[in-house]
Design a protein around this ligand. Structure first.
Ligand code: IMP
Length: 463
């Protein structure tokens, strides 16, 4: 049984970081840490991909977001929806790490821990939580509700989980981190100052819902005791693990186009969902990450408001929603559906440096006679080669399509590339050629074994 420890083996580790490790040590360290993240607006099927790949890694680490994410994993008849805890926890022997870049609603976390424990998963042993992650309090949710409802504000259509206001407090340098909970004196002082701010804000917004600030503080002292054994300096834990040649899989939440910098701002989430966030949100240096795997559906979906150039508002979109069961894992909202978008993928490949793609839900397209794929953007009558920066320009994009013939045969559950119908392979080749990124993996159903990993692909080499 593998043993994980939060202790650092100081001397060799520091030597390594200082670049003066004895010769041979570097070669000993097998550096193949990989990021898996969504290529569009989230819900691409990362949960299944991470769960599948996790058995080849020692650690799965989340680097951003909070319980706004919803990763659905099916194991046999059992369905797991994980919002905060990395889906690697479902693989025996794999350590799940919640990194410093994640924001944590402790009530939601503990509920998730309890559900997993009830399913026989040893959460205490295989989950670690960063002492630098920020805490979401119930008043963050209320502040978000008020600000979303405000007149003249651009309505983002958030998940209403308090994610944005918590990150605002983090960046505003008044947030409360997990480590603060364990120092009662400092926690009380920090909390009371934060609560006073929120009280003033609530009064300014004429909030009618009462907030019991003292009760929230008391409860958080209780929650802290529950998670105490799992909390540590996860950056040090990861560094130590890498030194001992453990492999890390970084699990992105949301998707690149929801990244606060690179996404369809302001219709984004409040964290760095793109690949760069993996380093910031875990403390693992960029030089220790060797690969980036992009996950995309064979079509595209988005929840919430904001630009979506290839959205299909007619029967095509309805068919995708019906066949793909496109309803939010966290909020249950129907997802907006549309066609694969090559310029968008080229953009997210540029921002993330995708080495390879996993295309999910190919089987959802099985019935279609023709499959439109957006190959070019036009804006105000001209071709555009760069992703527009403003949401108004993004909304004005006129996508140009090519239609590919559908295969009209069931691909559900196919696990070998050569067994796919010719036209399905032609569709995948088309995506590969036009995006410039290899399609290394294909998912043909929700189960672990309903997956193709192409022989000789970069994906095969990375995992
Ligand atoms: P927030 O993350 O709750 O602030 O919501 C900001 C935007 O990101 C909204 O459009 C949400 O619908 C979207 N969003 C947040 N988390 C997810 C996710 O896990 N999947 C898809 N969309 C998400």
């Amino acid at each position: 049984m593998r043993k994980f420890t939060c202790e650092q083996k100081n001397t060799p580790l520091l030597q390594w970081f200082a670049g003066c490790a004895p010769s041979g040590v570097r070669e000993f360290i097998r550096m193949s840490n990989v990021i898996v993240l969504g290529a569009q607006w989230g819900d691409e099927g990362k949960g299944k991909v991470v769960d599948l790949l996790a058995e080849r890694f020692d650690i799965v680490a989340r680097y951003q977001g909070g319980h706004n994410a919803g990763h659905t994993v099916f194991i046999g008849e059992r369905k797991f929806v994980l919002k905060l805890i990395p889906s690697g926890i479902l693989r025996p022997g794999v350590l799940a790490v919640i990194g410093n870049g994640v924001v944590i609603d402790l009530a939601a976390l503990i509920e998730e821990m309890n559900t997993l424990e009830a399913s026989g998963i040893d959460v205490e042993r295989y989950l670690r939580i960063s002492n630098r992650a920020h805490v979401i309090f119930p008043f963050h949710r209320l502040i978000e509700k008020m600000s979303e409802a405000r007149e003249n504000r651009i309505p983002i259509g958030t998940t209403s989980r308090g994610i944005g206001p918590c990150y605002e407090d983090k960046t505003g340098r008044r947030g409360i981190r997990i480590a603060d909970l364990f120092d009662p004196e400092s926690f009380h002082a920090l909390y009371d100052t934060l609560a006073e701010d929120k009280e003033k804000l609530a009064a300014a917004f004429h909030l009618e819902e009462p907030i019991d600030y003292a009760e929230i503080r008391r409860k958080h002292a209780e929650y802290a005791e529950r998670i105490r054994p799992l909390v540590c300096d996860t950056a040090a834990l990861l560094a130590d693990s890498m030194f001992r040649a453990k492999r890390i899989l970084f699990e992105g939440a949301q998707g690149t186009m929801l990244d606060v910098d690179h996404g369809t701002y302001p219709f984004v989430t409040s964290s760095s969902a793109a690949a760069g966030g993996a380093s910031i949100g875990t403390g693992v240096p960029p030089t220790r990450i060797q690969g980036v795997i992009g996950v995309s559906k064979a079509y595209i979906t988005r929840v919430g408001s904001g630009p979506f150039p290839t959205e299909s508002k007619d029967g095509g979109g309805d068919l995708l929603r019906r066949e793909g069961n496109e309803f939010g894992a966290v909020t249950g909202r129907p997802r907006r559906c549309g066609w694969f978008d090559v310029p968008l993928l080229r953009y997210t490949a540029m921002v993330n440096g995708f080495d390879t793609l996993v295309i999910t839900k190919l089987d959802v397209l099985d019935q279609l006679e023709k499959i439109p794929v957006c190959v070019r953007y036009r804006l105000h009558g001209s071709d555009v080669t760069e992703m527009p920066a403003t949401y108004r320009a993004l909304e004005a994009i006129e996508p140009q399509y090519e239609e590919l013939p559908g295969w009209r045969t069931c691909t559900r559950g196919i696990a070998r590339y050569d067994d796919l119908p010719d036209r399905a392979r032609a569709y995948l080749n088309f995506l590969e050629e036009r995006t410039g990124v290899e399609v290394g993996g294909i998912s043909t159903g929700p189960e672990r074994n309903e997956t193709i990993i192409r022989a000789g692909s970069k994906l095969e080499r990375l995992i």
